[in-house]
Design a binder for this molecule. Structure first.
Ligand SMILES: Nc1nc2c(ncn2[C@@H]2O[C@H](COP(=O)(O)OP(=O)(O)OP(=O)(O)O)[C@@H](O)[C@H]2O)c(=O)[nH]1
Ligand SMILES: [Mg+2]
Length: 546
């Protein structure tokens, strides 16, 4: 069953609560004082099932200007508006102010009830042109005689058929409008659920406390899970009802960036008689809460009536917000509605050229595939990082151990850089001898080494110069072959009683021929590993110790 949450709006005494009562059978005025005075003071709630089977939940707001803050708490998360004007009085100041407020909050769906039509034949002019209510149905009603009530019900049903239900983005957020202790079950908070589903057992956060959902109720039904777009009562474990108040948000921990600084658009109402500057004590109404804020106009110094600009708001309490969230700005001193707009940036003071994809989701509510590693980064920023890193590598190379995680991710994108033994170097400058086939072959046949046939003379010369290869009588041995031969000589001498070794003995031990052995012995003699004595060799001063 789909539900919509609809708020009433309109001037005091124009018949909002009476209509909600007539449509739902429930008197939304809950308090004795309200009933006694015939005046709504705080929010009222009532629901009904429409002829189509759609669920309709009302948030009934007070019309008296003194309770405007309560009205604002009620309209923060609604789908549509039932706008009430009494035919007897016509358009009044709070008709005007309420219409401005629901417009600033981005409400796009609504219907007009012209009440008390039994008391007068006059039909007032409604200044709705250019607003979201332009062209909306205007239904004439007279509650005491039930005149028009069924027509209004049908018109609301019709309207809701065209009104989208609250989207489910798997980011539940419930702006609390009431918190109380229910007998035997502890803390209960109520609000209009948006953004995602709540389930019993969910681990959530509210007012800085970790809480668990013990039970859920929505429109008089106990539920295991409640989708967004409903009025919901949540029974919480882990917090006292005194610790939660109207304006707090119930959300999943870690899914939101809770911020005290945000940038937002500000549309200043036409009717304001002065510019908006940073002077003045302001209150921002966000969700179900009202929050003292400082306002800094970004760009020009002031925004004139009817104008739109960008402002930076600083809140005393951190709130889980996303770009697109609406707010209404009031000046508390003069008690006037200044304007309002939408959040643009919930973390405007942090540099964000590189941003972790998870963090970006907290800041924007949107999932972006990482550009590189775990980061989302703009192309030009990435290109600059690549250029910088290439410069640091230079011709000499750069120790990869000195790079952080992000720089390593950038390094992996540099196709013209090779990492060898922990050093990043330009590939062009990489060692041409490393893994050269001839050197590989020399190592594979250390004592019958292949000649450098067809190998570039410069390569051969460079290999000799760097002592990778040792040449004697036109035979080239790898340096490791010479080392291995020296160790073999040392081992044989150690194992023998006599202190010398013959050419034939060594030839057999190395599995080679005289053609290779004689130059190799020449190398060993020259190096002082061996010393020639007649036709045999004895230990030289540089014989390796085993
Ligand atoms: N004759 C007649 N009286 C109405 C009608 N609607 C409301 N009333 C009367 O008008 C008075 C105010 O109605 P409410 O429903 O309390 O008005 P409200 O808009 O909820 O007022 P606030 O919540 O204080 O802003 C009550 O005495 C109602 O009985 C109507 O359609 N016809
Ligand atoms: Mg009322």
């Amino acid at each position: 069953m789909t539900w919509h949450v609809v708020a009433t709006a309109g001037h005091v005494d124009h018949g909002k609560s009476t209509l909600v009562h007539a449509l739902t059978g429930t008197d939304p005025d809950r308090w004795a004082e309200e009933k006694a005075r015939g005046l709504t003071i705080d929010l009222g709630f009532a629901s009904t099932v429409l002829p189509s089977g759609r669920g309709l939940a009302f948030v009934d707001v007070p019309g008296h200007v003194r309770f405007l803050r309560n009205m604002l708490a009620g309209v923060g998360a609604i789908d549509a508006c039932l706008f009430v004007v009494a035919a007897t009085e016509g358009w009044k100041p709070q008709s005007e102010e309420h219409l401005r407020i629901v417009e600033l909050l981005g409400i796009e769906h609504g219907i007009v009830a012209l009440t008390k039509v039994g008391l007068t034949d006059d039909r007032p002019v409604l200044p709705l042109a250019g607003t979201f209510l332009e062209g909306a149905p205007v239904v004439e009603v007279d509650a005491p005689t039930n005149r028009g009530v069924d027509d209004l019900r049908a018109a609301i049903d019709d309207l809701l058929a065209r009104t989208p239900t609250a989207p489910d983005r798997d980011r539940p957020r419930l702006w609390v409008d009431r918190s109380f202790a229910a007998k035997g079950s502890g803390t209960v908070v109520t609000g209009t659920l948006t953004g995602g589903t709540l389930r019993t057992g969910d681990e959530l956060a509210v007012a800085g406390h970790r809480v668990r959902v013990r039970a859920l109720q929505s429109h008089a039904e106990h539920l295991e899970a409640t989708p967004p777009g409903r009025r919901v009562a949540v029974n919480l474990v882990g917090v006292d009802h005194h610790q939660v108040e109207r304006g707090h948000a119930l959300v999943r921990p870690g899914q939101w960036h809770e911020t005290t600084v945000l940038d937002a658009t500000l549309h200043v109402l036409d009717s304001l008689d002065h510019d908006v500057t940073r002077r003045g004590a302001y209150v921002a109404h966000i969700g179900s809460g009202e929050h003292p804020v400082t306002v800094r106009v970004l760009g020009p110094d002031a925004i004139p009536p009817g104008g739109t600009g960008t402002v930076r708001l600083r809140l005393a309490r951190a709130l889980p917000l996303l770009p697109g969230d609406r707010y209404v700005l009031r000046e508390s001193g003069r008690g006037e509605t200044v304007g309002g707009g939408a959040v643009v940036d919930v973390a405007p003071t942090t540099s964000r050229e590189w941003i972790d994809a998870d963090e970006l989701e907290r800041l924007t509510g949107e999932r972006h595939a990482p550009t590189l590693g775990r980061w989302v980064v703009d192309d030009t920023v990435l290109e600059r990082a690549r250029t910088d890193l290439r410069a640091r590598i230079g011709d000499d190379g750069l120790d990869v151990a000195r790079l952080d995680e992000r720089e390593r991710a950038v390094l992996a994108t540099l196709e013209d850089v090779t990492v060898d033994r922990g050093i990043a170097r330009p590939t062009a400058a990489a060692d041409p001898l490393r893994d050269h086939p001839w050197l590989v072959a020399l190592d594979a046949q250390p004592f019958t080494p292949p000649p450098p046939d067809g190998v570039n003379r410069d390569i051969v010369r460079e290999a000799v110069r760097r002592n990778l290869v040792v040449e004697r009588d036109g035979i080239y041995f790898s340096a490791s072959a010479v080392d291995a031969a020296a160790r073999t000589v040392a081992r044989i001498l150690q194992d023998k009683a006599d202190a010398d070794i013959s050419v034939a003995e060594l030839r057999d031990a190395l599995g080679t021929t005289r053609k290779y052995l004689l130059p190799l012995l020449g190398i060993l003699d020259a190096a002082g590993v061996t010393r020639r004595r007649g036709e045999t060799r004895i230990a030289g001063p540089r014989l390796p110790r085993l």
